[in-house]
Structure formats: structure tokens, C-alpha cells
Design a protein around this ligand. Structure first.
Ligand code: 2RA
Length: 331
């Protein structure tokens, strides 16, 4: 009587990683259905040594599905998520479509697993990757010192733009290496050997939608309606891991030893912090891995009760696919 699971957007960067996570974690499922656009229907993918043919997504795809993992963009989630829920599936949506809906829980299993149970619409939302990775580092510190505000700068991998982001960086680097011309396609400027201070669209207060996600999602996940967040999101020429530089202010006095101790026994996040031994987290350490890594922990030199820290995590895995599969494991 194991659940029947569907992946919507199965051939995308996150969809492929969802299939990998289900396989590697021996998720107890009776059947796996792979759904994608007409363009991808017919492709074959392998799960537990068995070949599965990708089917075209329709509103009738969910009759016998118990859990539907969505990662095909907000439009697809808005259009097909309710149909999947109406057919009796629990929808775990990686897009931003439902994250701020009061009737949809927004869940990081290590932080607010209990929220997943209250899902009147049959939909659970997966937070934005940058939010997940940042909160994996901040939740233990909140327990110790009482989180009050976040100032963050992110260094976001091109995988955040999906497979096309990885292709864009690869193609530009090859073109530059062979002295060939190229035109940026998905980014406003060249991303190879460059950084771009824009992720997602700008809004009328000068912040991008991506920067406001950390504020809005952080308040909801941490249940801290007064939490203050100011974020600058930057795209960097890294393939798969996001890094975040954080200044966090707390209600109570902080110290580095107590901060490091706060992570002990906390699953999904490890401290890597010994600069004298050149030990600090870098994207190459977390790519393809489950855990987020925290380092550069130090007392902030400007604000009282504040810590500076650096956290890195795989955007495709813990930032998206793994978190969604871990929510399914709660179910
Ligand atoms: C990005 N966080 O990195 C956004 C969506 N994955 O582009």
C-alpha cells in the first residue's frame, strides 16, 4: 500500500534530481509516473533500474496518484496543481505559485515539519532555494538567540535558472576560450567571468522578487511576522550551489562558541569553520550533496547582538528537489 508518486516537470533540472532523491533515499512508493510537456513526452528515464516513459501532462493525469511533486514553473502549478489535489493527490509544489497562500503551508522539514499537516487545499509549497539554504543556517541560531533581522547577499548558481542556465554558462565559457562571439540569452549581461545583481524581476521598491522572497517566506516559515530582511540577490558563474553572506541580528547577546554549539545535532547543516586550516564552505563542497555548510561565523562589528556567517548549499538538491522529497517523507 505504498503511495503512487508523480513528478511533474520530470525532465527539468529539479525533476531529474527529484527522481534521484526518491531513488537514493529508497522512498517507499508503489508506482512512479513521470509527467512533462508534449515536447518531452516519450522520453525515457530510469528509476531503480527500470525504464519509465515520460507521459504528457493533462488534467486527468492524477486519478491514481497519492503524491504529486511539481517543478515545471508557476504557470503549470497554477493550472494543474488544483486538478491534482481535486483528484486526491497531495501536491508538493516547488514553484512560487502558492507559497504565500494562507491555506498552503510553506515547509522546510528540519524547521517546521508540523506545518505540512495543515493543508486544506491539498497543496504544500516548497520554499525558494535561497530561503531554504539561508534558514538552514539561521534556524539553529534563532533557537539559541532569538532571530530579529537578516541582512543578506546571495551568490546564486546558474542552475537556479534551470538546465538552460547551466547551458548558458557552459556555452559562454567555451566561446570565450575559443575566442568566438556569443549573445547572452537568459541573462541581461554575460554571466561567464562576471556577476549580475539581478535574480527575477525588479519590483517598485527597487528590490527584485527573489530578494523579497527571503523576507516573505522567512516570516512564514519561521512564524516571525516581525522578522526584518534586506537581501541582495546576485547571479554568479557557479553551476549548482548557492552561497549566502548573512548578517543576522538577535534579541539576546551572541557569541561564536554558542553559535557553533547551536548546530550540534541539527540534521541537514554542518559547521565547516576553521580559516587557519583554510576550512570554510565553498560551492564545490556542497554540489550533489544533501547538507548545507556554515562557516565564517563571527561577531558582527557594527550591530549589537549580531553574527556574520556564510552558508552554502546545493540549489537543485536541498534548495529544491531534496526538500520536496523530505516533505513527501513526512506524509
Ligand atoms: C533562482 N531561486 O536561483 C531562483 C529560482 N530557482 O533563479
Amino acid at each position: 500500500n505504498h503511495p503512487h508518486v508523480a513528478i511533474v516537470g520530470a525532465t527539468g533540472a529539479v525533476g531529474v534530481e527529484m527522481l534521484l532523491c526518491l531513488e537514493q533515499r529508497n522512498f517507499p512508493l508503489s508506482k512512479l509516473k513521470l509527467l512533462a510537456s508534449a515536447r518531452s513526452a516519450g522520453k525515457k528515464m530510469t528509476f531503480r533500474g527500470e525504464e519509465i516513459t515520460v507521459e504528457e501532462l493533462t488534467h486527468d493525469s492524477f486519478g491514481d496518484v497519492d503524491i504529486a511533486l511539481f517543478s515545471a514553473g508557476g504557470g503549470i502549478s497554477l493550472e494543474y496543481g488544483p486538478s491534482a489535489a481535486a483528484a486526491g493527490a497531495v501536491v508538493i509544489d516547488n514553484s512560487s505559485a502558492f507559497r504565500m497562500d494562507a491555506d498552503v503551508p510553506l515547509v522546510v522539514p528540519e524547521i517546521n515539519p508540523e506545518a505540512a499537516k495543515n493543508r486544506p487545499r491539498g497543496i504544500i509549497a516548497n520554499p525558494n532555494c535561497t530561503t531554504i539554504i539561508s534558514l538552514m543556517a539561521l534556524a539553529p541560531l534563532h533557537a539559541a538567540f532569538g532571530l530579529r533581522s537578516i541582512i543578506a547577499s546571495t551568490y546564486q548558481a546558474v542552475s537556479g535558472s534551470g538546465a538552460q542556465g547551466i547551458v548558458e554558462l557552459e556555452e559562454q565559457m567555451k566561446a570565450i576560450a575559443s575566442d568566438q562571439p556569443f549573445t547572452p540569452k537568459i541573462y541581461p549581461r554575460q554571466i561567464a567571468f562576471n556577476v549580475i545583481p539581478q535574480v527575477d524581476a525588479f519590483t517598485d521598491n527597487g528590490y527584485t522578487k527573489e530578494e523579497l522572497k527571503m523576507l516573505n517566506e522567512g516570516r512564514k516559515i519561521m512564524d516571525l511576522p516581525e522578522l526584518r530582511v534586506s537581501c541582495t540577490c546576485v547571479r554568479v558563474p557557479v553551476y549548482r550551489s548557492h552561497s549566502v553572506s548573512i548578517t543576522a541580528q538577535f534579541e539576546r547577546p551572541v557569541d561564536v562558541a554558542a553559535a557553533r554549539a547551536a548546530y550540534e545535532g541539527r540534521p541537514g547543516v554542518n559547521v565547516v569553520d576553521d580559516p587557519s586550516a583554510k576550512l570554510f564552505p565553498v560551492p564545490l563542497d556542497t554540489t550533489g550533496k544533501d547538507d548545507c555548510l556554515v562557516g565564517r561565523i563571527r561577531k558582527n562589528l557594527v550591530f549589537d547582538n549580531a553574527l556574520d556567517l556564510w552558508v552554502v548549499g546545493d540549489q537543485v538538491r536541498k534548495g529544491a528537489a531534496l526538500n520536496a522529497v523530505q516533505i513527501a517523507e513526512i506524509l
